[in-house]
Design a protein around this ligand. Structure first.
Ligand code: EZ4
Ligand code: CO
Length: 405
C-alpha cells in the first residue's frame, strides 16, 4: 500500500487549522492535524516542500519507520515546525492503518482501559463572581472538573478570559500583528486565593477544580502560589513556571504538595524526561499535534506510567478536532490517563468541515467506534474559509520588559 498523494489544506472556520490528507494507491486516505498557532504557514511549506516529496511511493503501513525517517533522518530533529509536520503525517497513517484493519485506533493501541474519557471544561469570567457563575453553568451541564480563570483587577487583559474589553486569544480574530498584553504578579496574587476560597465555599469538594498560570510565575513564585492554593484541593496547577530548565520544578516541588501539570508546548519526550523521571510533575500535558503524533504520545504515556505521572492532553481550540480525536483513542487506552481538556468542538462551520461522532454526556466523552480515527474532513467546505494571518499575543511586565505570554 503506497502513499500516492499528500495534500496540505489550511482553513479558517474562525481560526486557522492546517490539515494533512494522505491518499494511498488503493484509495484509502487518512487525515492529521498540523496546526501551529501563529506559525501555520511555516508548517505548510515544510510539509509541501520538504516532507511530502520524500514520502510519495513509501509503504503507508510502516508508521514507525516513517516516523523515524522524519525525526532521526532529518539531522536537525525536534522543533515546533518539524514536529507538527511529523505529527500530522503520523496521525494520518494511524487513521489509514485503522481503516485497513477495520478497527478504531484505540483497538490497535491495546483496547479500552475505561468506558469513557473524563473532561475538564473552562470557566472564565470578568471577575470572581462571573467565573463562578460560569462554573455553575458547566456543573449543571454535568462537568465533573472545571478550570477556573478570572480577570485580574487593574490589568487590561488576562489570559484565558473572555469579556467586554478582554481579548480572548482563543477566538483568533483580526490580528495581522501580535497584540501586546501586560502582566503583574502582585495583582495576580491579590486576586487568586479569593477565586478558590469562594469556589470551594460555593461548590463544596465534589467538583474537581483546576487552574492554568500560563507560565507567568518564576519557580519560587510558583512555590508560593502552590502553598496558598494547596488547601483548596486542586486537581492540578498547570504551567506554573517555564521548565526549559527542568530543574526549575525541583524548587516548586520542595515547597508544596499541589499537583503540577505541564507540557502543552513540548515537542518530544526529551522536553519532559527529567520532570517525569524525577517525579517533579503529576500530569504530562503533551498534545499529539505538537509532540509528533500518536506514536510518541504512546511512548510518553508508557514512560510516565513508570513514575506515577498521568496524562492530561492539551485540548485548546487551536488544536483541530482531528487532534482531539487522536487524543480520544490515546485516552481510552492509556492505563495512566488522567483527564482531557475540553472546550467544545468549535463553531457550526468547524463542525461542517470536521465531521465526527464523539458524544459528550455528563462531562464524559465517548470514543468513536468507526475504523481509524473516526473523523472526516470536508475539503470543499474547508476551501470556502481560507487562511487569515493571526498571532498569539505577546506579554510584557508593567515596566515594558518582555515576559512569558
Ligand atoms: O494558550 O493553545 O491550556 N490551554 C492553554 C492554551 C494555549 C493555546 C496557545 O495557542 O494554555 O489555551
Ligand atoms: Co495551558
Amino acid at each position: 500500500m503506497k502513499i500516492k498523494e499528500i495534500k496540505v489544506i489550511v482553513c479558517n472556520p474562525g481560526r486557522n487549522f492546517v490539515t494533512v490528507k494522505i491518499i494511498t494507491d488503493d484509495g484509502i486516505y487518512g487525515i492529521g492535524d498540523a496546526t501551529l498557532n501563529g506559525r501555520e504557514m511555516a508548517v505548510v511549506t515544510y510539509l509541501e516542500e520538504h516532507v511530502a516529496p520524500c514520502l510519495i511511493g513509501r509503504d503507508a503501513q510502516n508508521i514507525e519507520d516513517i516516523w523515524q525517517y522524519l525525526y532521526r533522518g532529518v539531522y536537525w530533529r525536534k522543533g515546533a515546525v518539524n514536529m507538527a509536520a511529523i505529527a500530522a503525517i503520523d496521525m494520518a497513517l494511524w487513521d489509514i492503518k485503522g481503516k485497513v484493519a477495520g478497527l478504531p485506533v484505540y483497538q490497535l493501541l491495546g483496547g479500552k482501559s475505561r468506558k469513557a474519557v473524563t473532561l475538564y471544561a473552562h470557566a472564565n469570567g470578568e471577575n470572581v463572581e462571573h467565573t463562578l457563575d460560569e462554573a455553575e453553568r458547566l456543573i449543571k451541564e454535568g462537568f465533573k472538573a472545571i478550570r477556573l480563570q478570572s480577570a485580574i483587577p487593574d490589568l487590561a487583559v488576562t489570559y484565558g478570559v473572555l469579556g467586554d474589553k478582554k481579548d480572548y486569544f482563543e477566538l483568533q480574530g483580526d490580528r495581522p500583528l501580535p497584540p501586546e498584553q501586560e502582566w503583574s504578579t502582585q495583582k495576580y496574587f491579590n486576586m487568586i486565593e479569593d477565586l478558590f476560597i469562594k469556589a470551594r465555599a460555593r461548590f463544596g469538594n465534589n467538583v474537581e477544580l483546576l487552574h492554568d498560570v500560563h507560565s507567568r510565575l518564576t519557580p519560587i513564585e510558583s512555590a508560593r502560589l502552590g502553598k496558598i492554593l494547596e488547601k483548596y484541593n486542586l486537581l492540578f496547577l498547570e504551567d506554573a513556571s517555564i521548565a526549559e530548565n527542568q530543574d526549575n520544578y525541583k524548587i516548586i516541588r520542595q515547597h508544596t504538595t499541589i499537583p503540577l501539570a505541564i507540557g502543552e508546548t513540548y515537542n518530544t519526550i526529551w522536553d519532559c524526561k527529567d520532570l517525569i523521571q524525577n517525579q517533579l510533575i503529576d500530569y504530562i500535558r503533551t498534545a499529539a499535534t505538537h509532540a509528533g503524533g500518536i506514536t510518541p504520545m504512546r511512548r510518553i504515556a508508557d514512560f510516565a506510567s513508570l513514575y506515577n505521572v498521568k496524562t492530561a492532553p492539551h485540548g485548546a481550540p487551536d488544536l483541530s478536532p482531528i487532534c482531539f480525536s487522536a487524543h480520544m483513542h490515546l485516552n481510552i487506552w492509556a492505563p495512566n490517563f488522567g483527564i482531557q481538556e475540553f472546550v467544545g468542538f468549535g463553531n457550526d462551520i468547524s463542525k461542517k468541515i470536521f465531521k465526527q461522532d464523539i458524544s459528550v454526556e455528563n462531562g464524559m466523552a465517548y470514543v468513536s467506534e468507526k475504523p481509524g480515527l473516526g473523523i472526516d474532513f470536508d475539503e470543499e467546505e474547508a476551501k470556502k474559509h481560507p487562511y487569515k494571518r493571526s498571532y498569539l499575543p505577546v506579554c510584557r511586565l508593567e515596566d515594558g520588559t518582555l515576559w512569558n505570554w
